[in-house]
Design a protein around this ligand. Structure first.
Ligand code: F6R
Length: 589
């Protein structure tokens, strides 16, 4: 995954600066290097600036001009070097290309271009695109050359091309997201809305197979296959500029954790009719399959318990393990794909296969205009707002709250479920505050030097244990291994010795005593037991007490894990917003 951003007819004739600022908003999409290409006022040759490393504090010395494109990279082909950073130029330096995706047939295309005399500078798959356009442009208009080049690229890709001669930006989409922003006389193209939200909230999300041409007189939409013009319809998003800013917090991650006071209860005010529609389908068929990756998969695992409470036996699969089971989907299956971005390649592949088998596909997503949204028969938008930190927090809890509502709608208890979520919101208002942060900071300081931690939980607090552990791993790089409490005796307990950090996640539920017995077993082996629960217990050496909100106690329990991951990360000097090696959405298999 990478970030693409372009501006045409920049208001202040400072297109490079505009692109740099926009790229900073997209840094979560890739942060190993960045680059900008622009056409200087009065000049013919494109000017390019590229650097490895994060873009956060960067500035640019590129000159004045009204058109520029830029990119934040998450390397796939070719190491992290200035040369491999995008944009990539053709031999004439009149065409600059940005790319998100993988050109699967680039070796073959490159071999042919080499025989035609093209000179390659980088090790990337992207550079073939610039030379291929250059070759085709010898006998065709630039837009034709771009469209025809795009058709030759195998794989899931989005490209944006700056053409110096026509002063236009031409972009095509197949798989990787692209969105156009329509200002008054200024036009934007980006991988995600926050890049240009400061200038406009009027947007058009490109579909696969669509292309756009941005010039200073406007934007036109085309079909890549036929080149024909299409009607460009814009929609106005209700996102505010502040949604994509840190709002006084040191990191997006902390801001997004704290926002959950509002985002969780919000889920009970949206999706009313769509929720009912999906619930009615489930009531008829009772065959539910949930698929997702990473955090979103843990959301599926937790939702499975909520469905069970409503008498529905839901199946869950990590999307990348789903294919052998796709054959069991049929027209009676309600297939729920959960994804923050709606662009995760494995989740999309699973959803396409389920659809092919006749399933009714429901997308539970946060980002707008995604591929998953398009391919789904029904969409539940969870409304958490832009999630910028790479580590997912508020999207997870909004997805889970949405599935809690869905499960209870199926069980005929939607009104109670809505009330419970509203109550949870009120409880979080009082609990998720500085006093809690101080407690978590004190705990983080206490355990900061440990390299291994173990966690246990049971039933609803088993998936919350998985998610709690993932937050610690991602944000602080500490090895945190979660287990179902029931698994301990079957081998895992051999890992526990004097001083081993053990978290025990629990609720005031029917398995509380069993979990406390497991905690006692850990303690008897010398483990240092940290209770994350709505009660104190003699089995715990220390406790972060969470509010007792019945079945919803897993929400505050997970929030403690989010905060602990964050503060452990800060304490160990990581960048909690952009953990090493990770990208916000994984658009490649
Ligand atoms: C963890 C995290 C990842 C994502 C996973 C799926 O904090 O962010 O595990 O949950 O890559 O991404 P989406 O939800 O966009 O499909």
């Amino acid at each position: 995954m990478c970030g693409i951003f372009a501006v045409v007819n920049d208001k202040h004739n400072s297109s490079a600066q505009t692109v740099l600022e926009g790229l900073k908003k997209l840094e979560y999409r890739g942060y190993d290097s960045w680059g900008i290409a622009m056409k200087p006022k009065g000049g013919q040759v494109l000017q390019v600036e590229k650097h490895i490393g994060k873009i956060g504090q960067a500035s640019t010395s590129l000159p004045a001009g009204s058109i520029a494109i830029g990119h934040t990279r998450w390397a796939t082909h070719g190491g992290v070097t200035d040369t491999n950073a995008h944009p990539h130029l053709d031999c004439t330096k009149q065409i600059a290309v940005l790319h998100n995706g993988i050109v699967e047939n680039y070796q073959e295309l490159k071999a042919k271009l080499l025989t035609q005399g093209h000179v390659f500078i980088s090790e990337t798959d992207t550079e073939v695109i610039a030379h291929l356009i250059e070759e085709k442009q010898k006998t065709a208009k630039i837009e034709t050359a771009v469209f025809e080049t795009f058709k030759e690229l195998a794989g899931s890709n989005a490209i944006a091309v700056l053409d110096s001669k026509t002063e236009s930006v031409i972009a095509c989409r197949n798989g990787s997201p692209l969105v156009v922003g329509m200002g008054k006389d200024d036009y934007y193209l980006a991988s995600d809305v926050p890049a240009f939200l400061k200038f406009t909230n009027a947007v058009h999300f490109l579909l696969d197979g669509e292309a756009v041409i941005l010039t200073k007189t406007g934007v036109s939409l085309h079909d890549v296959e036929t080149h024909e013009k299409k009607n460009l319809v814009t929609q106005h998003l209700d996102w505010k500029v502040e949604d994509a800013e840190k709002g006084g917090f040191p990191h997006f991650l902390l801001k997004e954790i704290m926002e959950q006071k509002k985002t969780i209860p919000k889920t009970s005010q949206i999706n009313g009719e769509e929720l009912k529609k999906v619930a009615d389908k489930i009531k008829i068929h009772k065959k539910v399959v949930m698929v997702a990756c990473g955090t979103a998969f843990y959301c599926a695992l937790a939702a499975k318990y909520f469905f069970a409470q409503s008498g529905v036996q839901a199946q869950t699969y990590p999307a990348y393990e789903f294919l052998p089971f796709a054959k069991f989907c049929d027209k009676d299956t309600v297939f729920i794909a959960i994804s923050q971005s709606g662009e995760t390649a494995d989740t999309l592949i699973a959803a396409r296969n389920a659809k092919k088998a006749g399933a009714y596909v429901v997308a539970v997503i946060n980002a707008r205009g995604s591929t998953l949204e398009r391919l789904a028969d029904s969409t539940l938008l969870v409304g958490a707002g832009p999630e910028i930190a790479v580590v997912s927090t508020k999207a997870f809890t909004s997805q889970l709250a949405t599935l809690y509502l869905l499960a209870h709608d199926v069980g005929g208890n939607i009104v109670t479920a809505q009330k419970n979520l509203k109550h949870l919101g009120q409880v979080l208002e009082g609990w998720l505050n500085q006093t809690l942060l101080d407690k978590v900071i004190a705990l983080a300081k206490n355990i900061l030097s440990h390299e291994d931690m173990y966690l246990i939980g049971k039933h609803l607090n088993y998936p919350s244990t998985l998610e709690f552990a993932l937050k610690i791993k991602e944000a602080s790089y500490i090895h945190a291994e979660p287990f179902a409490a029931g698994e301990l005796k079957h081998g895992v307990i051999s890992l526990i010795q004097k001083g081993t950090i053990c978290f025990v996640l629990a609720g005031n539920d029917e398995v509380k005593n069993e979990v406390l017995s497991s905690a006692a077993e850990l303690r008897a082996r010398g483990g240092y037991i940290i209770g994350i629960a709505p009660f104190q217990a003699t089995e715990f050496d220390t406790t972060i007490q969470t509010p007792d909100v019945g079945d919803l106690t897993l929400f505050p329990n997970v929030i403690v894990g989010q905060l602990l991951g964050y503060f452990l990360g800060v304490g160990r000097g990581t960048d909690p917003d952009k953990p090493r090696n990770l990208a916000k959405s994984v658009t490649v298999k």
